[in-house]
Design a protein. Sequence first.
Length: 74
Amino acid sequence: MAAEMEDEICAALRADLAKPHTESYVHEIALVTSSCKFALKNLKIWMEPKKVSAGLLRFPSTARITPEPLKSEA
């Protein structure tokens, strides 16, 4: 969406903050785009369960931490 709305975003930044087009692109659009690409590239790794020690008292069981999204209380 940032790439599709590049001209509108740059125009709004110019009107509100007097930011030049190049600076708007580098600091706003390119930064958001690269952050999204980085997240999509690493999402599978971040979601993998991690094995952790279950402790000596629970031998021979195993334990793992499974990342889950936060649930809102709405």
